[in-house]
Design a protein around this ligand. Structure first.
Ligand code: NDP
Length: 296
């Protein structure tokens, strides 16, 4: 099915999804599962085929995709992709649209996109999805949103088809900021997991065997709840852990990786941070004193 530019629908069970990577595909699929009229557009048009087979409408152009629905969900690699796509349509095509931008990028770019949309008569809601595609459609997962609360509320039902709503405030940069903070922790943490798995593998220990131990080690809740109030209070006392111990501990990790023939760039970088903290006079303080070293 294809859609050409015609009358605008404000039907709340009708949505346009632009961007059909793994995430956009899951989102368009969730709308179809919930009985929505779904119009899709993707740079690589054939990625829409399975959705069209399930009843989605393939827009023949970006302008056509914008013309049919007030609610437009964007799921792209970055904001540059958003401009590359939306600028294919005349700017009048954005008038009256609500752009729910579930694309990752920086807080500043989210703020600029909100202003860019407003200049064209559109509303921009920033989103940061906190689940991989299999979690789309599960109300227990959630997405950070920021931007005009009124617009989020007006589209609550449609947004909740995707995930739960974690609304952070009017600043369009907030959802992007919280998302990037999570990604900062997620990618660094998961890389530590991948590195440890390489060391485990070199020592004949399978990921499955380590799983129950890895799960416990990666559950940082206790540490976060212990350190968060201390960090906010500027308390980096070494009463529980001392950076000097962290330096020695990371040396043991590094030497174990070295002896296992595994790349040491990651433990070397962690050790370098700890040594910088020690050189700045924090040997007797907690490793959380690195917050001050990283942001003097
Ligand atoms: P992808 O990077 O796979 O998304 C690719 C989409 O962006 C495709 O539709 C692609 O089009 C389009 N695209 C990229 N560059 C351009 C361009 N220059 N012009 C036009 N279209 C472009 O990401 P995902 O689908 O995995 O994720 C989408 C967003 O959701 C990302 O911002 C991601 O960070 C976020 N996210 C992803 C999660 C995941 O687990 N996948 C989890 C949480 C958030 P084409 O098909 O033509 O290449």
């Amino acid at each position: 099915m294809s859609v050409s530019m015609n009358s605008t629908s404000v039907n709340p069970t009708s949505v346009t999804v632009i961007g059909l990577g793994p995430m956009g595909k899951a989102m368009a699929g969730a709308y179809l599962d919930n009985g929505y009229e779904v119009t899709v557009w993707n740079r690589t048009a054939e990625r829409a085929d399975p959705l069209v087979a399930r009843g989605a409408h393939r827009a023949e152009s970006v302008a056509a995709a914008l013309a049919v629905n007030e609610l437009v969900v964007l799921s792209l690699t970055d904001y540059a992709a958003m401009y590359a796509i939306l600028e294919q349509a005349p700017s009048a095509a954005l008038k009256g649209r609500t752009l729910v931008n579930l694309t990752s990028d920086t807080p500043d770019l989210a703020r600029r996109a909100a202003a860019w949309a407003a200049e064209r008569g559109a509303v921009h809601i920033t989103g940061g999805v906190q689940t991989p595609p299999p979690g789309i459609g599960n109300p227990e997962t959630s997405t950070y949103y920021s931007g005009p609360e009124e617009a989020v509320e007006a589209h609550r039902a449609a947004l909740e088809v995707l995930t739960g709503i974690d609304y952070l405030g009017e600043d369009p940069g907030l959802a992007a900021l919280f998302y990037q903070l999570l990604m900062d922790m997620f990618w660094t943490g998961m890389l530590s997991y991948v590195h440890a798995m390489a060391v485990a593998d070199a020592n004949g220990v399978s990921a499955a065997r380590l799983l129950p131990h890895a799960s416990k080690a990666m559950d940082f809740r206790y540490f976060l709840e212990f350190y968060a109030p201390r960090i906010d209070a500027g308390n980096h006392d070494g009463d529980v852990d001392r950076l000097a111990m962290g330096v020695a501990s990371m040396e043991h990790v590094l030497h174990t990786a070295e002896a296992s023939g595994v790349d040491t760039a990651l433990p070397t970088a962690v050790l370098a941070h700890f040594r910088r903290g020690a050189a700045a006079g924090h040997s007797e303080d907690s490793f959380t004193s690195l917050v001050k070293v990283l942001r003097p």
